[in-house]
Design a protein around this ligand. Structure first.
Ligand code: BYC
Length: 307
């Protein structure tokens, strides 16, 4: 009975809130997805943090610093949204460290040049926006509201990246080559961010039924490609896909086959930077233990004073 009423609420486009009854499988699905999303924001600070000390101007440094701080904020909103489902922050971080919780495959690729800051902002944040605009209408209230705020900031991030690419593309021949090289390396990993093809995506069925996802992986990927091709053309860069072609009949761009072996290898922990990213997170977490201890001791002291 509960299950029927729950599905009726979802079908009527009503949000599910933390204290509402929900099937255990819905709760678990959300914990998995929201925590993966939160971990992505936090681990995603690493490839960009790599360039803060080497930004080419004070302006570029300030903007990158602000962007990386935003990602930390996004992680915190998402951990909070996830905690409303009855799991603690400590457990979530432990699952990440034990390899039980994933984070986006894209952050396991290295950022080798300043142009990569452009590619990450333009393509990675661009892909994230397409996904997250859709998630603004997700059925779980705290996740949906978190997405609204996050999307506003992601739009600024996408423009920050596109500006870097546009500037480099109209710079010297070497600068344009750096921008093209960054696009070559980040294009395929960026479109892999949307996950496996629908036919290979075990989670999509429930996610669509419960309106956690509002569009499938393939639909979102296609939207992103349609939006991005013109942006590349405008700044004179070439998307590294010989099969990319406008299909007037479908009203979409056709595109080439992704390397799914590479995708699963990265998802399963064997990408170029998986070990490095996790080791860095563990080290920073351990080094921050005294801050968490001090905050807890202070809260306890305040409680004693209040009583
Ligand atoms: N990477 O059945 P599927 C950002 C896993 S960060 C890793 O399609 P689902 C930013 C998937 O988890 C924004 N794993 O699953 C930050 C599942 O494994 P489990 C990141 C992936 O959940 C800093 C299995 O493959 N955005 O913006 O229906 C700087 C089967 O997949 C990936 C989000 O996290 C992947 N790419 O769909 C710059 C969005 N793809 O869990 C920018 C929120 C699939 O069963 N997440 N897997 O063991 C989602 O929308 C969905 O979870 C996904 C996957 C589309 C990612």
């Amino acid at each position: 009975m509960n299950e029927i009423k729950f599905q009726e609420r979802i079908d009527a486009e009503k949000k599910i809130e933390p204290k509402d009854w929900m099937p255990d499988a819905y709760r678990k699905h959300l914990i998995r997805q929201i925590s993966q999303h939160a971990h992505s924001e936090i681990i995603g600070m690493q490839p960009e943090g790599n360039w803060i000390t080497r930004a080419p101007s004070l302006r570029a440094k300030m903007i990158l610093l602000a962007k990386v701080q935003d990602e930390a904020g996004h992680g915190l909103y998402l951990y909070s949204a996830c905690e409303t489902l009855g799991i603690s922050r400590e457990e979530l971080v432990q699952q990440l460290h034990d390899g039980k919780a994933k984070y986006s495959s894209i952050f396991n690729y290295p950022t080798l040049s300043w142009a990569d800051m452009g590619a990450v902002g333009w393509l990675v944040d661009g892909a994230a926006i397409v996904n997250q605009v859709s998630l603004q209408r997700t059925s779980y209230g705290p996740y949906s509201r978190g997405m609204v705020k996050i999307c506003k900031e992601e739009s600024f991030h996408q423009r920050q990246g596109y500006e870097i690419m546009a500037e480099m593309a109209k710079g010297t021949l070497e600068q344009k080559a750096m921008a093209q090289d960054a696009l070559n390396r980040f294009w395929w990993p960026s479109i892999m961010m949307f996950g496996p093809q629908d036919s290979d995506s075990p989670r999509t069925g429930n996610a669509m039924k419960w309106k956690i996802k509002r569009q499938t992986n393939d639909d979102l990927r296609q939207d992103f490609i349609n939006k991005t091709v013109g942006q590349a053309e405008l700044i004179g860069l070439t998307i590294p896909d010989p099969d990319l072609k406008w299909n007037a009949e479908r009203g979409h761009y056709d595109f080439g086959e992704m390397d799914w072996d590479e995708f699963w290898s990265v998802v399963n922990g064997n990408g170029p930077c998986n070990k490095q990213r996790l080791a860095h997170h563990k080290k920073a977490h351990d080094e921050g233990q005294w801050v968490r201890d001090a905050a807890k001791a202070y809260a306890k002291k305040q409680e004693l004073v209040a009583n």
